[in-house]
Ligand binder design. Sequence first.
Ligand code: DX5
Ligand code: ZN
Length: 221
Amino acid sequence: MTASAPLICPSILASDFAKLGAEVAAIEAAGADWVHVDVMDGHFVPNITIGPDVVKALRPHARIPFDVHLMIAPVDPFLEAFRAAGADYMSVHPESGPHLHRTLRRIRELGAKPGVVLNPATPVEIVHEVMEEVDLVLVMSVNPGFGGQSFISSQLRKIERIRRMLDQAGSKAVLQVDGGVNVDTAKRCVEAGATALVAGTAVFKGGPGVYADNIRALKGA
Ligand code: DX5
Ligand code: ZN
């Protein structure tokens, strides 16, 4: 089977924060499939980024789905606010609350698409337990917290294993990879079975004039 082009989800963490609205509009115009929003609390991960008010302010600047990656603990008290702000996908780490299954159900109840995120050291088996509850499985190929880190190659085996698990179960969930994705690692992720790629540095490097080229290069990888 030949793999089809992956969805490209630029992480606005690597964009110009002084021009966020224009950056979101620019990546949409450049062919991005989703807007990936990294939400960090300085507690679950060692960095602080943006909250629901910023997501709400950005939402009218693009029509493509907002893919909100929640790196906050506890996560449950904030689900409603991010959904109200316009999140279409909401992805959570199992370590960010005591009841992953309940959190995923709550996301669906709110009308968003639930995703589960696996850190480099999070075992793949957890995907089995929540397979029916998720529309997205996100494999972290860096430890979360910062953009611009190097891709951890051992995560390719994890992607392959999850690909098999999803196929065996007949799941149509998106298999997304996040961290250190560039033209070279993108190719390896797609070969391993990924269907969506998050990329910060690789999309935003060079400025708005080359976003379309950057996105095309990742899609073709
Ligand atoms: C890391 C974030 C990533 C990050 C990716 O915690 O989840 O989305 O912004 O950035 P790059 O593509 O630069 O590794
Ligand atoms: Zn992310």
